[in-house]
Ligand binder design. Structure first.
Ligand code: 5GP
Length: 191
């Protein structure tokens, strides 16, 4: 008889803006064909130069319609914009990676206690601010994101299974990939 496909694992990369979640998530899925990155919906306007498929960019009415249909696994409002993860349908054999904020991570923890929550922290507020500026956020946005980030990290540490500081991108990606491997090995061992 054929061996049944193992249940997909659910990994959540969360943490403050400017920690580098997007970059780390993109690298992880580029290096691991068995890891599937969910594409979120947002009502935020696309930034100049941002990839058209970075999100599914929608208006509030479209977003709210999907909420009312129960089409989101989790969703949250962040600095005036809505962000949501569609109910995931990964390809067969793939595990799932979400890149979301603290509010979303909290919802995932409640809905799926088996999910692995990885908190990604910036090495310092200065590095965090520089990363936010580098992608074109204005100063007011940078200030609010850095301030919000302090509380996000404090609470994030209380719900995280793993905490990784993104001071060096290569090392950070390697560390998170190692975490993914570890949880996969535990699944294979039937733990
Ligand atoms: P940004 O506007 O910088 O792309 O994202 C703002 C915040 O929303 C980031 O912390 C990002 O991780 C988070 N985010 C992106 N997609 C989702 C999502 O689907 N759900 C939740 N809860 N947060 C998201």
């Amino acid at each position: 008889m054929a061996t049944p496909e193992p249940q997909p694992l659910l990994f959540v990369l969360f943490g403050p803006g400017g920690a580098g979640k997007g970059t780390v998530a993109a690298r992880l899925v580029a290096e691991d064909p068995s890891l599937w990155l969910s594409r979120s919906w947002t009502t935020r306007a696309r930034r100049p130069g941002e990839a058209t498929d970075a999100y599914r960019f929608v208006d509030r009415a479209q977003f709210e319609q999907r909420v009312s249909e129960g089409g989101f696994f989790e969703w949250a409002e962040f600095l005036g914009n809505l962000y949501g993860t569609p109910v995931p349908h990964p390809p067969a054999g793939c595990d799932v990676l979400l890149e979301i904020d603290l509010q979303g991570a909290r919802q995932v923890r409640a809905a799926r206690p088996d999910a692995t929550l990885v908190l990604l922290e910036a090495p310092s507020p200065e590095v965090q601010a520089a990363r936010l500026r580098g992608r074109g956020d204005d100063e007011d946005h940078v200030r609010r994101r850095v301030e919000a980030g302090v509380a996000e990290v404090d609470e994030g540490r209380t719900i995280a299974d793993e905490i990784v500081v993104n001071d060096d991108l290569d090392r950070c990606v390697e560390t998170v990939a190692g975490i993914v491997d570890r949880y996969r090995s535990a699944r294979s061992a039937g733990a």
